[in-house]
Design a protein around this ligand. Sequence first.
Ligand code: PLP
Length: 429
Amino acid sequence: MTDEFVDRSHILHRAFSERPAKIVGGRNGKKVIDASCGPSVSCLGHSQPEVFDAITSHLKNDIAYVYSGSPYTNGATEELADILLADKPGGLSKAIFVNSGSEATDAALKLAVQYWHERGQPQRTHFISRKQSYHGNTIGALCVSGHASRREFYKDFLSSNVSFLDPCYAYRMKGEHESDQEFAQRLAHQFENEVLRVGPDRVAGFIAETVSGTTLGCLPAVPGYFKAIRDICDKYEILLILDEIICGMGKTGTMHAWEQEGIRGPDIQTIGKALGGGFVPLSGVLLHQKIFDALSAGSGGLAHGHTFQAHPLACAAAVATQKIIKRDNLIERVAQMGHKLGKLLSEEIGPLPLVGDIRGRGLFWAVEFVLDKNSKTAFSPKDNFCGKVVKNALSSGLNILGNLGHTGEYQVDHVLVCPPYITTDAELE
Ligand code: PLP
């Protein structure tokens, strides 16, 4: 089903059945509050003159493009890595910048595999991930993503060297009489059993979103879960890869979401979205010093790269974005405004009959809808319940992101409420 505009447009839009509304910057026309920053990207909003100035100034005064495979670097890329890693958070000490989150996941997986090659254990190529997870849309990233509808067409194409464990989805999976600690331990045992089944000397890494985003809806793990996972990774020398593409860079009220998990940090971390605030595409991978040491002692280089890796303009925009976040204490503001948002959602939306769960951290929240609150019965995917919520919200001037297709075992009808770090009390209300 298409209409004339969709037929005529030379853009292949993601949904063929809908005519997309054309959106423009500026202050004319119908006002829309972007309450989810696209898919949790535009952390400084859509118009930030200081970032625009930094972008134009970079183009006028610096270099437009440098090939990362050449023996050159550039100021913006070095500065961005310094901003992120000068304090070596959790021992992370090196960065790679790429264009999308999916590329960051691919790079993280390839780095893990290269790491084991350099360490003399090339058989370590198995990854352990979680059901209903999302780590990106390229073939590499889909291999470790448990998102059912996104995998569907490509199933035969995707690596079978990946196991999928239960996610830490307390709303539906924690037993009625089970404590958080018992639930975390149950999932940790499942992880350890899978490591033993596959063989510890075959497992390269465990990958998880620190706070799940688009599939399970801003879902933080129960306390103790990541501590237990980290301990098992350490026991069997498995690399812990944390995907903070959607939940990181300040969104949960700390720079990295893992800082709230009582762990020393991951071995490899992916970042994106709020890294550059969406002004120019940028994502990245942060590596623990031990990965760099192994690569240095081994082949002495990175067996991975892209033409547009570490693009200077994207890095310049991200430098400006990160400087504003720091100067204006926006991460503290996220934590503070996040309390308000959580309270508003729980008090105003929580009591509504079709609202099953409200969860999140900082300015990263989701509302999960159910057909029946007591039994937690979900809508059928055919109902497209979230699609209707999103459409109605938009007609009232509110842009929110709904779940993107069926993700697996549980139908999780949720909308993401993750406004920019500069959001005001009035906008939240
Ligand atoms: N990882 C997570 C957790 C994400 O939420 C996303 C995108 O939403 C990705 C990876 C993929 O990022 P991109 O769409 O930039 O390729």
